[in-house]
Design a protein around this ligand. Structure first.
Ligand SMILES: *Cc1c(COP(=O)(O)O)cnc(C)c1O
Length: 248
């Protein structure tokens, strides 16, 4: 970059921190094994994956077995949307509890396209009914509107933690608490709650317990990490339909 250039697009992506680059270097040339291999080169790689998983679980206040690595925010969001809404066991459970064949999903008008586009495609196909909540002049979802949108057939809720264009922070903890109360009063484990936290991870403390989320997306490229890596937190016991087969 020219010395006079000023980069002001950190919400789109950050530079990779030099400490991250240094930490990654051995994995290109020394610890290059396949973590699924049983020889020592593979075992070293497996150990590194386990350590990364542990660090990320700690960052989110989650368990290690709740962390799924993906190729980025887009894949994590798609996996959350498709993995929950397309799993037969969830769809059957919604039908059994509500008598409605088509499950209902709630999202907001200002979600990232990685959430909105798959949801709109599913709505178009007739696979889900979709409520897209409007936002106020600050870009915030109204929690009262949100509660009014809940139905007995609501399977999935996806509301982002912070917006990628205007930075608005959504009342995720409040929505999470409203969902806990709804589940208790309706005696159901649904709806499952996903938040896209790509824009929060570098700025706000994230606790999956405080937020009461079942799924959470974030990526490396927005918080000084490498490009091409993402995380989907999936709460223990939450079943997910894989979108890629044969990867283990
Ligand atoms: C950047 C971003 C994504 C997409 O992440 P990629 O890693 O670029 O695929 C999804 N959601 C939000 C809110 C983002 O800011």
């Amino acid at each position: 970059m020219n010395k006079r250039d000023v980069y002001l697009d950190y919400a789109a992506t950050t530079p990779t921190d030099e400490r991250v680059v240094t930490a990654m270097l051995p994995f290109f040339t020394e610890i290059y094994g396949n973590p699924s291999s049983f020889h020592s080169v593979g075992l070293k790689a497996q150990q590194a994956v386990a350590e990364a998983r542990k660090a990320i679980a700690h960052f989110l206040g989650a368990h290690e077995d709740e962390i799924i690595f993906t190729s980025g925010g887009t894949e994590s969001d798609n996996l959350a949307v498709m993995g929950i809404t397309q799993l037969k066991a969830h769809r059957d459970a919604i039908e059994a509890q509500s008598g409605q064949k088509i499950p209902h999903v709630i999202t907001s008008a200002i979600e990232h396209h990685a959430v909105l586009e798959p949801l709109l495609a599913l709505q178009k196909k007739g696979s889900i009914e979709l409520t897209i909540l409007p936002v106020d002049r600050y870009g915030q979802v109204d929690v009262v509107d949100f509660k009014q949108a809940l139905r007995p057939q609501t399977l999935f809720v996806s509301i982002m933690s912070a917006n990628n264009e205007i930075g608005t922070i959504q009342p995720i903890e409040e929505i999470g608490r409203a969902l806990l109360r709804w589940r208790k009063s309706e005696n159901t484990p649904y709806p499952l709650f996903h938040t896209d936290a790509c824009q929060s991870a570098g700025y706000q403390p994230l606790s999956v317990e405080k937020m009461h989320v079942d799924l959470l997306t974030f990526n490396g490229s927005k918080l000084y990490g490498p490009k091409g890596i993402g995380v989907l937190f999936v709460r223990r016991g939450t079943r997910l339909l894989p979108q890629m087969l044969g990867g283990g």
